[in-house]
Design a protein around this ligand. Sequence first.
Ligand SMILES: Cc1cc2nc3c(=O)[nH]c(=O)nc-3n(C[C@H](O)[C@H](O)[C@H](O)COP(=O)(O)O)c2cc1C
Length: 356
Amino acid sequence: MAEPSRTEQRKAEHVNIILQENVSAEYNYWNDVRLVHDALPEIDLDGIDLRVKFLGKQLEAPLIISSMTGGFGMGKQINENLARAAADVGVAMGVGSQRAALEKPDLFPTYAVVKDYDVPLVLANLGAPQLVAQEGKRAYGVADAKRAIEMIDADALIIHLNFLQEVVQPEGDRKAKGCLAAIRTLASRFPVMAKETGAGISHEAATRLKEAGVKAIDVGGLGGTSFSAVEHYRARKEASSLKERLGATFWNWGIPTPASILLSDVGLPLVATGGIRSGLDAAKGIALGATMAGMAKPMLEAAKVSADAVVTELRAVIEELKAAMFLTGSSSIEDLQDRPVIVSPPTASWLEAHQA
Ligand SMILES: Cc1cc2nc3c(=O)[nH]c(=O)nc-3n(C[C@H](O)[C@H](O)[C@H](O)COP(=O)(O)O)c2cc1C
């Protein structure tokens, strides 16, 4: 195989940094959210139905293994472990940005490996910054999106919004004008889900995305993996002191995931991603109004070990989610979405500011 491309190197560095350094947001916003205990649930634990339909596909549980990787050697093994587990448990899975393979077709198999498994909902992934022309780089259009979808036989296409990462990244893209129009074009051709990558979606952004025709929104809020932190460490390694400083300054930038779910209530199905570390966190996200919960870093850690480790982690999350449903008297995901939720500051302050 030829020399690794810049994109390929970056993919490997992201995985290594996320596994080795502390790149989490400082505050756990899920602690601001409480479900109300029901001492008389009047349902049976074994009768709880976790199944959900999302983007037209039936899933055994409302979980997505969030978009992470592909595009470098180890990415193939990670995607294979994730896909095997997603198929086994019956949950959704996204691959990481497919730009690396669009630039260098040798890398196709690092993503296409997911086609070997019967994953009930597979999500392709491209970045919004790649949809407009950047310094020395052409804009990706309908044909590129089609290649990304076909590469993995995807059921839908995620367009990720990652301008926090771009602004900190040493080689980051600087242009954002025209992204919404490009998303509108793709959404008229393919089922598109818009997804933030750790800084959350505001009410205004959710409204504009809905108008652009996206079918769902993954709010990708603050509280979990911080890409500002990840790029801080990459900049440090590259002795880029200004970017290192920007990464530290914006480490905790964004809209907390629980607040973003409430703010993004514009009538589209939502995914709660960003700091989900247990089935209880997932239950809180769903009770706030999401249909699904997404997890990245915990799945990456398990996938580095084996597909079985991913299955074990997913099953543990499902047991916790089921326990939370039992204790709130929720026999289905729709029931859980109707349960009362107590939200305290600082998360509650975001909602007060929005309502003011
Ligand atoms: C190693 C790694 C690579 C990622 N790459 C992508 C990506 O290519 N596209 C994307 O939409 N999100 C990407 N993400 C963001 C995740 O999908 C997720 O939104 C974010 O990590 C927050 O979830 P967490 O707190 O559970 O890690 C990546 C995350 C990790 C950990």
